[in-house]
Ligand binder design. Structure first.
Ligand code: C2E
Ligand code: MG
Ligand code: MG
Length: 668
């Protein structure tokens, strides 16, 4: 810094001796007059400095305070900060003398300029840039550039002071977030790829580079983040990935993805012990369709088949197209390997429905080979190979067939297949009949009700017991039409008895679990009663304990509806399931039927005696009529009567018999 004095009237200037070294001038080169001084000032700054000087002379400014460029001895320009003040005026107020200081601010100006340039660069950058305070709690944002707002939609004032995590919204489970946090705690650099969300909630992929900023002591004071929106690139990558994993025509998984899923299923199965199924499916005679109707129609057909396959399995299962007319289905977590054959049959049936292709109906069918994992192969390749081999065997044994890779499963499946086909045939040809077993009061001996029990008259086998076919019908769903047939036939018979004068009799019909779950159950029952002209009071429905307790909240509504219509309700096989007394009390139940397994040991078996006595006591408490099933001996009847069981059913009184044979008992 130097001090100067200016004689305004004469134009003489003088400087303290510090001035020379400031810009490299020798003593003799220092200007002594104002005009010589102005010759040193940068031409662009002369005008401004004169104006400011004149303003101060007029008294318009308190002091002169100006920065401007001055030629340096060696060439180039230095920056001078000049502050001065008039310290003497004449009688008319005109400035006569002034003095002040010069300060060399060249260095400062250069740094400032550099900073300004950097700031411009940051603002002009197309990448979003964020500056975060590394030392304040929760690392708040202290600066963002314009591109940040353009990229994220958040204006500056909404983000300053917040931690960056708001950019991820609720999508916090991202693998790269872990890496990012790790880098930040270590004060290291990192480049990560994150799913970020704009202010309007839309997703963008953010390729983020984070670098620490350290002070002279080496402490990390800030982090700089540079964000690049790579959404387009990522979308393209995802599309490529999709193409690598999905079939372009049908949108199903391709072989690649199926293989992955199979490997995964194998690993899971080895851990959980639960099996999975692999169906390998080949359309029969697809080549013919393709050649006769053209490739476009062939493609349409494959798409239809794909849609039907998807509709036939659960959401979680994988349907894949392996190429051409070959498909595969991976069935996860099977409760029962035999269920695979039901699903395969269901698929065969859905494919039997004609397809509308190019204005005509095309019939398709398929051959299916089945593998059960992990039994039939430890890895995807083996499983696919074995399922394929099974498929060829299925094709060989006639089309529209399925075949298991493992022989004994095959035999089992074939039996079941045959039984299923026979049952469908029996239903269509009315080969079922109903027998009726009376229930009698233990006090009066009167018949209160008859239970309808289905029988199958099978050529060559005589009457087949329901125990051998109801479980399969339940599994395949055939129980639904079969049960409707039972209900209709029983109601029709009851109508005949009623019309013949049996007004105190009711007919009891068993409802299977699957029937009970049908959403249109109530409509079905009401419809049949209506069709057959039978009042609801003549009908009883039996459900087992397990069915009633399976979904008690929902069941209560169904039971209340049925009961409200006047239909009596019985819990069948009581004692074999686990009843909640709370629900038992709440359900609008009329009867408890003690399972015959407990009656068998009466009298004498202490456990059975205790169980039967407890059930009777429970029924009395709940005000339910209690019935003993399977009563075969006089001693059993005696025991039941002694403990005040209300009714009994069993061979002692009568076996189930055809309606015609019962008349004798009923009209006695
Ligand atoms: P359930 O409803 O408990 O029927 C009673 C079963 O006990 C009948 O067997 C009946 O013949 C048998 N039984 C009756 N008295 C005696 C006896 O004194 N001693 C012995 N040992 N058994 C006796 P069935 O007719 O073979 O039926 C078996 C099961 O099949 C029935 O058990 C029922 O759960 C089911 N079922 C029968 N018909 C139908 C039907 O139409 N629909 C549905 N969903 N299930 C049915
Ligand atoms: Mg029953
Ligand atoms: Mg029973």
């Amino acid at each position: 810094m130097c001090v100067w004095e200016y004689d305004i009237v004469s134009g003489a200037l003088s400087f303290s001796r510090e001035f020379g070294p400031m810009f490299g001038y020798a003593e003799s080169e220092i200007p002594g007059r104002i005009d010589a001084w102005e010759a040193l000032v940068h031409p662009e700054d002369v005008g401004r400095s004169r104006t400011m000087m004149a303003r101060h002379f007029r008294g318009d400014s308190e002091a002169l305070d100006i920065e401007y460029r001055v030629r340096m001895k060696g060439g180039g320009w230095g920056w001078l900060h000049t502050v001065g003040r008039v310290n003497s005026r004449d009688a008319r107020g005109r400035a006569v003398r002034m003095s002040g200081t010069h300060r060399d601010v060249t260095g400062m100006r250069q740094t400032g300029e550099r900073l300004r340039l950097r700031e411009l660069a940051i603002e002009a950058a197309t990448n979003a840039i964020i500056l975060v305070d590394a030392q304040a709690p929760d690392r708040p944002i202290v600066h963002v550039n314009r591109a940040f707002q353009a990229m994220t939609g958040y204006p500056t004032e909404e983000v300053i002071g917040r931690n960056c995590r708001f950019l991820q919204g609720d999508d916090r489970e991202q693998p790269d977030l872990v890496r990012l946090r790790d880098a930040i705690t270590r004060g290291a650099e990192a480049t990560v790829l994150l799913r970020n969300y704009r202010k309007d909630g839309t997703l963008f992929w953010n390729s983020l580079r984070v670098s620490p900023v350290r002070n002279e002591a080496g402490t990390v004071t800030h982090f700089v983040g540079i964000q690049t929106d790579v959404t387009e690139l990522k979308t393209y990558q995802l599309e490529l990935e999709h193409r690598a994993n999905y079939d372009g025509l049908t949108g199903l998984a391709n072989k690649n993805l199926l293989t992955d899923r199979l490997e995964h299923a194998s690993t899971v199965a080895q851990r959980s012990g639960r099996r999975f199924g692999l169906l390998y499916l080949d359309l029969d005679r697809f080549k013919l369709v393709n050649e006769s109707l053209g490739h476009n129609n062939g493609d349409s057909m494959l798409k239809c088949v794909a849609a039907r396959l998807k509709a036939a399995v659960r959401e979680a299962d994988t349907v894949a197209r392996l190429g051409g007319d070959e498909f595969a289905v991976l069935l996860h977590e099977l409760d029962n390997p035999a269920a695979v054959s039901s699903i395969a049959q269901k698929i065969l049936r859905t494919l039997e429905e004609p397809l509308d292709i190019g204005n005509q109906q095309v019939f398709s069918s398929a051959s299916i080979g089945i593998c059960i994992g992990p039994d039939d192969g430890a890895d995807a390749d083996t499983l696919l190979k074995n399922a394929d081999a099974a498929m060829y065997r299925a094709k060989g044994s006639g089309r529209n067939q399925l075949c298991f890779y493992t022989e004994d499963l095959n035999a089992n499946a074939l039996d079941r297949l045959r039984l299923d086909a026979d049952l469908r045939h029996a239903l269509a040809t009315e080969a079922f009949e109903l027998h009726y077993q009376p229930r009698v009061s233990l006090t009066t001996g009167a018949i209160t009700s008859v239970e309808a029990l289905i029988r199958w008259r099978q050529p060559g086998h005589g009457l087949v017991s329901p125990a051998s076919f109801i479980p399969l019908a339940e599994e395949t769903g055939l129980i639904v039409p079969m049960g409707a047939w039972v209900l209709r036939t029983a109601c029709r018979q009851m109508r005949v008895w009623r019309d013949a004068g049996l007004r105190d009799l009711r007919v009891a019909v068993n409802l299977s679990p699957r029937q009970f779950r049908q959403p249109d159950l109530i409509r079905m029952i009401a419809g049949i009663l209506d069709d057959e002209g039978l009042e609801a009071a003549y009908l009883e429905l039996e459900i087992t304990e397990g069915v009633a307790m399976h979904d008690p909240v929902n069941n209560q509504k169904v039971l209340e509806d049925l009961s409200g219509r006047g239909i009596a309700l019985a819990i069948d096989d009581f004692g074999t399931g686990y009843s909640s007394l709370a629900y038992l009390k709440r359900f609008p139940i009329d009867y408890l039927k003690i399972d015959q397994s407990f009656v068998r040991g009466l009298p004498g078996d202490e456990d059975d005696e205790n169980i039967v006595r407890s059930i009777i006591a429970l029924a009395k408490t709940l005000k339910l009529t209690v019935i003993a099933e399977g009563v075969e001996t006089e001693a059993q009847r005696e025991f039941l009567r002694r403990y005040e069981c209300d009714e009994m059913q069993g061979y002692l009184f009568s076996k189930p018999r055809p309606a015609a044979e019962l008349s004798e008992l009923l009209f006695a």
